[in-house]
Each structure stands twice: as structure tokens, then as C-alpha cells.
Design a protein around this ligand. Structure first.
Ligand SMILES: [Zn+2]
Ligand SMILES: [Zn+2]
Ligand SMILES: [Zn+2]
Length: 254
């Protein structure tokens, strides 16, 4: 199984519009971050996590031609804003795309993309989605076993996911004990971390992410959902060797 980081940027992306900071003006390609999303591939099965506003560019770069399903962690715009761009996937597959989200996430998608759920022929003007309710219970998509990982994003209970030896957690500000229990013996963790020490109500700082990773004790961890405060090379030089910043296009074996 492979997890590919399609994007590891915070909600405004890096570079951020109008910003002249050293990271936003850096020549290092690892400092160019599209909005946070990931791809799970195993054999012929491909699952997208979060169709964010940069999905089109990510799909072109990664040569995504088909998807078995979409998992949505939560319904913030930086995680669902590209949903209209799954239309070519609908054409390629000739069927509605299964999309999994919690009831509040599905409610938000039905509201924001109401045109997608109108009756009558689409004539290619709207994405075709088959909505599936995500609960706390493990489930399977085309042979891939998935364990939902309930986490907190501020007051909001949203989802991370475990796929075998890989766990993917983004937009996190607290992890319940019951979810730490689901991360026993995990090899690789992807964890959201927005910036250095200044606390944020909705996101771990790098320091808070390190504390959570040390509790989980994976062999390797990667930080994602990164703001422009974090220079790739400088931050990596300061992190423990088994914790690295993600970068767009990073492929992680699990
Ligand atoms: Zn986000
Ligand atoms: Zn900047
Ligand atoms: Zn969010």
C-alpha cells in the first residue's frame, strides 16, 4: 500500500497570495504546498482523501485517471472545494463516485454542491456522487480495510483514517484516548501541524504534533497541513530524525 501526499499546505496554500515572506518566495520546490490531500493506492485500487480546491492540479500532476472512492475528513472548504473537478473521473468510470463522510460533512456537501444532487440529466455539468455515511466502525473499499480515527478539530469531531500500517490525521487539535488505542503498533503516521509554537484553536503546532507522535511511537511520521511559517529545510533540520515535513508528491510505503 502506498500513501501519496497530493498536497500538504494549510488552507491558504503556500505561497500565500500577496505574501513576500522567505518561505513564500523560496526557490525550494518543497516550500510550494497545494492544499492538504492524499491518495491511497493498493494494487488496482485508488482512494482520494479530501477533494480540496487544488484537486485538479494534483490529479494532473499525479496522473489520476480513476478513483474507487473519496474519503472526506471534514467539510472545510480547503478539503472539499475541488469536488466539482471529479467530473472527468465520472466520465472515465461511467458511474457515480462513492464519497464517504460523517453526517455533518455530507450535509455540508449536499448544501454547498446542491446542483450535483438535482434530478434530471447532468449533461456533464455536475459531479455524480454516491454518498455513504461514515461511522466510527471499520469498513472496506475494494479490499482496503479502513479504520476511522475520530479526532478533534477545535470543538468539531472529525475523522482521520488508518489503512493497515499507515495512519492519516490532518486538521487536528486533540486526539481522544480511544483513538490513541486505535493507533497501537502503527508504522507510519501522517499528522497535521500548522506552524511553530503560537497555539491555534483548530490545529496542532509542530510541538504539539511531536508530543502526539511520541505517544503513538510510530517508526516514522510526516507533518502535513503546513503554513508558510515552516521552511522545509530549516524545519527538517530541527526535527527528530524520524519526523519529517511532508512535501507535495511524497510517496510513503506502508
Ligand atoms: Zn484544513
Ligand atoms: Zn508567506
Ligand atoms: Zn479544517
Amino acid at each position: 500500500m502506498q500513501l501519496t501526499i497530493l498536497g500538504c499546505g494549510a488552507s491558504m496554500g503556500v505561497p500565500t497570495i500577496g505574501c513576500e515572506c522567505p518561505v513564500c518566495t523560496s526557490d525550494d520546490p518543497c516550500n510550494r504546498r497545494t492544499r492538504t490531500a492524499a491518495l491511497i493506492t493498493s494494487g488496482a485500487t485508488t482512494i482520494l482523501i479530501d477533494p480540496g480546491p487544488d484537486f485538479r492540479q494534483q490529479a494532473l500532476r499525479q496522473r489520476i485517471t480513476r478513483l474507487d472512492a473519496v474519503l472526506v475528513t471534514h467539510s472545510h472548504q480547503d478539503h472539499i472545494g475541488g469536488l466539482d473537478d471529479v467530473r472527468p473521473i465520472n466520465f472515465a468510470m461511467g458511474q457515480p463516485l462513492p464519497l464517504y463522510g460523517t453526517p455533518p460533512t455530507l450535509q455540508r456537501i449536499r448544501h454547498q454542491f446542491d446542483y450535483a444532487f438535482e434530478a434530471g440529466p447532468s449533461a456533464s455539468t455536475r459531479p455524480q456522487l454516491a454518498l455513504h455515511t461514515l461511522t466510527d466502525q471499520p469498513f472496506t473499499i475494494s479490499g482496503i480495510a479502513i479504520t476511522p480515527l475520530p479526532i478533534f478539530h477545535g470543538d468539531w469531531r472529525i475523522m482521520g483514517f488508518r489503512f493497515g500500517n499507515l495512519a492519516y490525521i490532518t486538521d487536528v487539535s486533540a486526539i481522544p484516548d480511544s483513538t490513541y488505542a486505535l493507533l497501537d503498533d502503527i508504522a507510519v503516521v501522517v499528522m497535521g501541524a500548522l506552524r511553530y509554537e503560537r497555539p491555534h484553536p483548530l490545529h496542532f503546532t509542530v510541538e504539539q504534533a511531536i508530543v502526539a507522535i511520541e505517544r503513538i511511537r510510530p517508526q516514522q511520521a510526516f507533518l502535513t497541513h503546513l503554513a508558510h511559517d515552516l521552511d522545509y529545510a530549516a524545519t527538517n533540520a530541527s526535527l527528530p530524525p524520524h519526523i519529517r515535513l511532508a512535501h507535495d508528491g511524497l510517496a510513503i510505503e506502508g
